[in-house]
Design a protein around this ligand. Sequence first.
Ligand SMILES: Cc1cc2nc3c(=O)[nH]c(=O)nc-3n(C[C@H](O)[C@H](O)[C@H](O)COP(=O)(O)O)c2cc1C
Length: 338
Amino acid sequence: MNYNEVLENAKKNIGELCKACPVCNGVACKNKIPGPGAKGVGDTAIRNYSKWQEIRVNMDTICKNKTVDTSVELFGKKFEYPFFAGPVGAVTLHYSDKYNDVTYNDVLVSACAEKGIAAFTGDGTDPNVMIAATKAIKENNGIGIPTVKPWNIDTIKEKLTLVKEANSFAVAMDIDAAGLPFLKNMTPPAGSKSVSELSEIVKEAKVPFIVKGVMTVKGALKAKEAGAYAIVVSNHGGRVLDQCAATAEVLGEIVDAVNGSMKVFVDGGIRSGTDIFKALAMGADGVLICRPFVTAVYGGDKEGVKTYIDKLGAELKDTMAMCGAFSISDITRDMIRY
Ligand SMILES: Cc1cc2nc3c(=O)[nH]c(=O)nc-3n(C[C@H](O)[C@H](O)[C@H](O)COP(=O)(O)O)c2cc1C
């Protein structure tokens, strides 16, 4: 199965709201929620994508010809590539009923683990989503990262118990989910967390804690103060607040401020191995790619996911070789232009 076949199949299965575009750039789905679009005007997802395209790579092949190694060590584990499949929840609502969150996470978690990377799983108002996601992660030897929504502390504790039982090597919280229309006025309540509330949650987690949804230096430093192991520079793909900056616009200053004291990941509009290279050159330790993995699942189940991972890996390898980087740690800021 090649990537074009994945896209063609996806078009038949993915419903009316996503067009399974050759490049997932936020244009066709713009402000469709329900659907994979963005909130309000709907241009934040488009901006995420286009800001990566403004960054160019600096080719330099006057160097020794060596084999490229894309592997990376994170959370004390070795991964084939410095990218993860990001969390996506409520797939039946936003895409089609070919999958639900349980079957989607089953496919994504196992396909990623088999290819030497890890998937983040999403959370939902239905408790069964987290129960099934952590079960899938457990069955894959703890290779997967459950992402808990910022519920009240009692609900978070219940979900963290599931995380511990699954032996997940890390856990995340999409702290920005407070802005999701469907989480407003929910029971149990979900919303923003103070530094002291967050630090209580981090302590409770007992595994490396990732705060997803940081867009400012101030936010990054607050996550650090709360004891986070890592942050994801993310605006939730434009789904939680209209008119956010693009993640590529803020990544550099956040990396500089954090100065190696926490791992920094980034998502939003990263679509190719070359985009991954750009994010790493700006100083990210890894990236998350989200919507295109939905297309991959709907277009080819586990094989679709594996095809997409191979495609990203080959593009990353090629860019590294052509820019004179033979290991992930060789990738430096002078290899891009922005
Ligand atoms: C339909 C949909 C559902 C999502 N659900 C979640 C979720 O449950 N938890 C979460 O942390 N992020 C969720 N996200 C946000 C993604 O993880 C990611 O931050 C965002 O889509 C940007 O990455 P991308 O441009 O590669 O898609 C969702 C995004 C979409 C499009």
